[in-house]
Design a protein around this ligand. Structure first.
Ligand code: AMP
Length: 424
């Protein structure tokens, strides 16, 4: 039986990879411009990192983690998100001893055992950016500004920034109690999961997709009516700084985010092109995370962008596939060896050259060049080769010219540059 990929785990094929590379390259440029540095962290961590960091009573920890015991009996988990690992690395390597402020980003796959559907996979990729060590709301505005700038740079439109404040350890418990009280009379309308959540983590009910639960919670009190004066000042500053940066936003008091560690600012960027899975990015402040996983009290703020969802929103007309610059076509006799030699020379000079491997006829090589969408075909005929020349055919306008072979690299470099598409 043929072996297939696991459900919810996807291949990213060469036809798609240009978009991924474009997104990652743009993220690197934008984030490094904002003073962030890349960090690479492991895919496997001890299970406690996530159960303590993300919170036992979250969907992720309760039912979505890929957890197993390894051969030495340790419980390990494939990371469902990157923030907890980045915080662990910051603590483990005492990055704070160099400078308490760390601005970090990373790319990579995350794993959650969710029900696969369009826009929701079991292995999916995220771009994460975090600022550790800054409690000031300037950091909240800065990461949001960087995020929006990045999304615009990759070409997204129809986006909406939604923000909320979730309060802190001091004021959120009061809101939880209020919410419990409000939902107590409506509990029999709630789905089974939400009946459980009502006791363990009532804020999660806001994220439930079941209509009856949405209905039951629609008139619930707003978290922002319960936040303490310090959280209120923080939230007001965030809004002020966003305004100063020219960003508009929507206040969404029902956006609570799925992870326990968020405090104060929570935000999402929503796209109206995506159907039900419409959040392309989520983020927020998490001033308690470090205490859950270590001993230091360090504030943090950041976001995670889902790469698959972001890519599904990229403008369709943009050219992402890298086609060959030139197809070197051998036309009989001893020309195939010369084609091999020339293609190698072009490769070493960074020109994407393809050639025939099978001694096919010129006609079939031309067909292949066409199929591969090569921009030029360099036709090597015996007679021209003897004179140190070859024919260069422009596959776009079908024009042909004879050129000296010794100049081929320079000629091609010039032509490709002129198109303004890329530099070598
Ligand atoms: P979260 O870590 O849950 O805040 O999610 C951050 C972003 O990751 C979301 O806005 C999505 O774009 C993406 N994301 C989360 N879960 C999935 C999933 N199962 N499949 C694909 N993308 C996801």
């Amino acid at each position: 039986m043929e072996i297939k990929a696991i459900r919810g785990f996807n291949d990213v094929l060469p036809a798609e990879i240009g978009k991924w590379q474009f997104v990652e390259k743009t993220a690197r440029e934008v984030f490094e411009g904002f003073g962030f540095s890349e960090i690479r962290i492991p895919i496997l961590e001890r299970t406690e990192l996530f159960s303590r960091g993300i919170g036992e009573a979250t969907d992720i920890v309760e039912k979505e983690m890929y957890t197993f015991t390894d051969r030495s009996g340790t419980s390990l988990t494939l990371r469902p998100e990157a923030t907890a690992s980045m915080a662990r690395a910051y603590l483990e390597h005492k990055m704070y001893s160099f400078d308490p402020v760390a601005k970090l980003y990373c790319f990579g796959p995350m794993f959650r055992h969710e029900r696969p559907q369009k826009g929701r996979y079991r292995q999916f990729y995220q771009i994460d950016a975090e600022i550790f060590g800054v409690a000031n709301p300037i950091a909240d505005a800065e990461v949001i500004l960087m995020l929006i700038h990045f999304l615009k740079r990759v070409g997204l439109e129809n986006l909406e920034l939604e923000i909320n404040s979730l309060g802190c350890r001091e004021c959120r418990p009061r809101y939880r109690e209020e919410l419990k009280r409000f939902l107590a009379d409506r509990a029999f309308h709630l789905c089974q999961d939400c009946q459980r959540r009502l006791q363990s983590n009532p804020l999660r009910i806001f994220d439930c997709k079941v209509e009856a639960c949405k209905e039951a919670i629609s008139e619930a009190p707003k978290v922002t009516d319960f936040i303490c004066p310090e959280c209120q000042v923080h939230f007001d500053r965030v809004k002020e700084y966003l305004g100063m940066a020219g960003l508009s936003y929507l206040l969404n008091p029902r956006m609570v985010r799925g992870l326990d560690y968020y405090t104060r600012t929570a935000f999402e960027v929503v796209s109206y092109q995506l159907g039900s899975q419409n959040a392309v990015t989520g983020g927020g402040r998490y001033d308690n995370l470090f205490q859950e996983i270590g001993e230091l009290d360090i504030p943090g703020i950041g976001f995670a962008i889902g790469i698959e969802r972001l890519i599904s929103l990229l403008p369709g007309e943009k050219e992402f596939v890298k086609y060959p610059h030139v197809f070197v076509a051998a036309s009989g006799g001893g020309t195939q060896k010369r084609a091999y030699e020339l293609a190698n020379q072009l490769h070493l000079d960074g020109i994407r050259a393809e050639a025939d491997y099978e001694g096919k006829s010129l006609k079939s090589q031309m067909r292949r060049a066409d199929k591969l969408k090569a921009r030029y075909v360099l036709i090597l005929g015996e007679e021209e080769l003897n004179r140190g020349r070859a024919v260069l055919r422009n596959m776009g306008d079908k024009s042909q010219e004879e050129i000296p072979l010794q100049d081929i690299v320079d000629i091609l470099k010039d032509k490709v540059k002129q198109r303004g598409k890329e530099t070598f």
